[in-house]
Design a binder for this molecule. Structure first.
Ligand code: UDP
Length: 361
C-alpha cells in the first residue's frame, strides 16, 4: 500500500503539475468543457477529495454521471482512497492546499470552466490530526472557506460547507438541534477545529447575505466506514485495528461517554440530497445517525464481531472531550426525507472487512 502511494506521490509534486501528470490534459479538458449549468451532469469541485468523506463523495458523484475535480493537499487525505477513480475520464485530481487561492482553469488547462457545485470538505477531522498542526487547521477552515466562496461567487456556483457536530462543543443540550448555539471552549486544544468550523459557518452565511451566494451547510456527526485512515486515531479505526491485531483496546476515560455513529454511505446520501435542495435552503442541517452508544458498548461490539479476546485498557480522557453526542435529525428527515438505514453492527462488519484487507495488503 505505502509503496504504491509513494509512487503516485512522487509524480504529484505540485498543484500545477498534478493533473497533467496523472491524466491526459486534452481529454480532461474535453470532458470538462461546455456542460451547461442546467444539464444533469454537473461540474463539481470537491475539496478534501482524497480524504475519507471526500473520496466516498467523489465516487458517488461519478457514479451519478457528474464530472469531478478533487483537490487535496494530502496532509490527511490519501491517494489510495482515489486510486480507483483516476482512470475515469470525468475525474481529475489537483494537489493543492486550499489556504491558498487556486486557479482551476490554469491547473486544468481549460478556459471558462464554469463550476456548478462546490463541496468544501478539506480539513483534518480526527482530534490527533487536527491538533498536530492547529494553526494550519484553523487556516484551512477559515481561509479555505474564503477561497472556495470566492470561486463560488465568481462561477455563480452552489457551495456546501462540511461543518461538524463539533460546533456544539461539549453540549449542554441533548440531543443537539441545529438551533443550539453550542458550548465550545474557545481557547482549548479542540478550538482550532471547533472555532475554525464555526468561523467558516459565519463566513458562508455572510456571503449568502452579502452576495446571495447559493449555500448549503451540513453538520456532520461521527461517521465511519471504508476509506477511513487507519492511522488517524479515531475511536472506530483504533478499536477495529487493535482488535484485528489482538492488541488491547485503548479506552479514553471510563468509556461511558457517548457518540452516535453514522455509516458513510448513509451520510453521502444525505449530503447529496441536501445539495439538490432549492436555492435558499441553506441549513445548517444535522447529518448523523441518532442511535447513541457508549464507547464501552462500541468496544464490546467490535470485540464480538472480530472474535477478539483483547482486554480493554483505560487511559486518560483527552481535554475537552465531549461527554455526550447525538444528533436531532428531525430537520433532515423533514427537509430531505433522509434517515440513516445501516445499523452499527452491519456498518462495523463492512468496516472490519475494509481494515482487515488493508492490514493484509
Ligand atoms: N477514544 C477512545 N479510544 C481511542 C480513540 C478515541 O476511547 O483509541 C474516544 C475519544 O476520547 C472520544 C471518542 O472516543 O471520547 C470519540 O473519539 P474520536 O476521536 O473518534 O472523535 P470525536 O467524536 O471525539 O471527535
Amino acid at each position: 500500500m505505502n509503496i504504491e502511494n509513494k509512487k503516485i506521490l512522487d509524480q504529484v509534486s505540485d498543484s500545477a503539475k498534478a493533473t497533467t501528470d496523472r491524466q491526459d490534459a486534452p481529454a480532461v479538458a474535453k470532458a470538462m468543457a461546455g456542460t451547461a449549468k442546467s444539464k444533469k451532469s454537473k461540474k463539481i469541485l470537491v475539496t478534501g477529495g482524497a480524504g475519507f468523506l471526500g473520496s466516498n463523495l467523489c465516487r458517488k458523484l461519478l457514479e451519478l454521471g457528474h464530472q469531478v475535480i478533487a483537490v487535496d493537499n494530502l496532509s490527511t487525505g490519501r491517494l489510495d482512497n482515489i486510486q480507483d477513480l483516476t482512470q475515469n475520464k470525468n475525474f481529475s485530481f489537483i494537489k493543492h492546499d486550499i489556504i491558498y487561492p487556486i486557479n482551476l482553469e490554469a491547473n486544468l488547462n481549460i478556459a471558462n470552466l464554469n463550476i456548478d457545485w462546490i463541496f468544501n470538505f478539506a480539513c483534518p477531522a480526527s482530534p490527533p490530526a487536527y491538533q498536530s498542526d492547529p494553526i494550519q487547521t484553523i487556516k484551512t477552515s477559515f481561509l479555505g472557506m474564503l477561497n472556495m466562496l470566492e470561486i463560488a461567487k465568481n462561477n455563480n456556483a452552489r457551495i456546501m460547507q462540511a461543518s461538524t457536530s463539533e460546533v456544539y462543543g461539549d453540549p449542554e443540550e441533548h440531543p443537539q438541534k441545529e438551533t443550539y448555539w453550542g458550548h465550545v471552549n474557545p481557547i482549548g486544544i479542540r478550538s482550532c477545529y471547533d472555532e475554525g468550523k464555526r468561523s467558516a459557518e459565519s463566513l458562508i452565511f455572510d456571503y449568502h447575505r452579502a452576495y446571495k451566494t447559493d449555500i448549503k451547510v451540513i453538520r456532520i456527526f461521527n461517521t465511519y466506514g471504508p476509506g477511513m485512515d487507519p492511522l488517524d486515531g479515531r475511536v472506530v479505526s483504533n478499536f477495529i485495528i487493535q482488535a484485528l491485531n489482538n492488541q488491547p483496546i485503548t479506552m479514553y476515560g471510563d468509556g461511558k461517554q457517548t457518540r452516535s455513529f453514522c455509516y458513510v454511505d448513509d451520510l453521502i446520501n444525505g449530503i447529496i440530497k441536501m445539495m439538490q435542495t432549492d436555492y435558499g435552503i441553506t441549513g445548517p442541517v444535522n447529518l448523523g445517525n441518532p442511535k447513541e452508544f457508549t464507547l464501552l458498548e462500541l468496544a464490546q461490539k467490535v470485540l464480538n464481531l472480530t472474535g477478539c479476546k483483547s482486554k480493554i485498557i483505560f487511559e486518560q480522557l483527552p481535554q475537552d472531550d465531549p461527554k455526550r453526542r447525538r444528533p436531532d435529525i428531525t430537520l433532515a428527515k423533514q427537509l430531505l426525507d433522509w434517515n440513516p438505514e445501516i445499523t452499527l453492527d452491519v456498518g462495523l462488519e463492512k468496516t472490519i472487512k475494509y481494515f482487515d484487507n488493508l492490514i493484509k495488503s
